[in-house]
Design a protein around this ligand. Sequence first.
Ligand code: CP
Length: 358
Amino acid sequence: MTEPLAAGPLDSSLRVGRTISSSPLAADPVSSSSLVGRSLTALDDITPGQILTLLHRALWIDAHRDEVAHLADARVMATLFYEPSTRTRLSFETAMMRLGGRVVAFEGSQGSPSASGQTVETIHDLIAEVSRLDDLIVIRHPKEGSARVAAFASQVPVINAGDGSHRHPTQALADIAELYRRRHTLTGLRVGVVGDLVRSRSAHSFVSTLSRMGANRFVLIGPARRRLPAWVRGTIDASDSTYCEGLNLPRALDEGLDVVYMTHLDPADYPTAAQFERVSARYALTPARMAIAPTDMVVLDPLPRLSEIDTAVDDDPRAAYFDEVHAGLLVRMALIAAVLGLDLPEQADTFTPWQEED
Ligand code: CP
């Protein structure tokens, strides 16, 4: 059940210099083999242990790039992007190519037009056809639930690359992979989530997934009208994680966050540019705010950035958002390998490059 945290002082154990214990979560290699042939439309469909296994496999892949360079030889992935994308599409396509596979793609189409120019083809029909051509389908679509429809229609695995304002599971994998690489745990963290929490599908998937990884405490920070949707708060309620609302960003940083997840507000939601700038400044990360934040805090952002993070923060070692792009590539390689049933050695399932350091 939800146990909203009071907007009071934080547990002193969450302050700067805390020793991070290893995650008590265990990887789940046996059931990870059950990902073969499966679609991934939401991370809720797989267990926390399976998620952890994917993160370990991604770390293993990073350390053994040559060994996976031909893993997907002769396999073909279709990327169907009905909505613009830079990072996700390039990341998926690069991931498949770095595994030795090939990619076919379309972008921006709403289906094949009829003679009159009207769009007539449904997602169901298009996916039914593409799944008879290719081994894997990655889809982004502006409508919530479209990836589920696609998975239902498909004969091959479908991966959701973002459906409307709903979910973005592989962006969450990228976020969480980089967090895990930096903190070596996904449990017991104090996590600020900042900005437009209504529209950000990346934030929805990040929160709903991290809440399941174990006893995390979310601090939700944003304009009242951009509150995290009830269905996402419900996923926290259903876990042993908790959340609070109502803190402002400087106070949350001052009281101590292990992670701050930044999303941007949309200028279209404000009547004037001046009003947008005034509100967005309230929820922006600046060097002055970083100065009061814990020295080991991790700054995540699914990108693209508008004004939610001052560019002067980029050189701060806590800024993890560009490294997330690399983490996203690796975890997408791991996911593609998992659903296509491409073999990785058993040691990949529990691989952690930092073991010797700890
Ligand atoms: N983070 C993300 O989803 O970026 P794109 O829209 O460029 O794919």
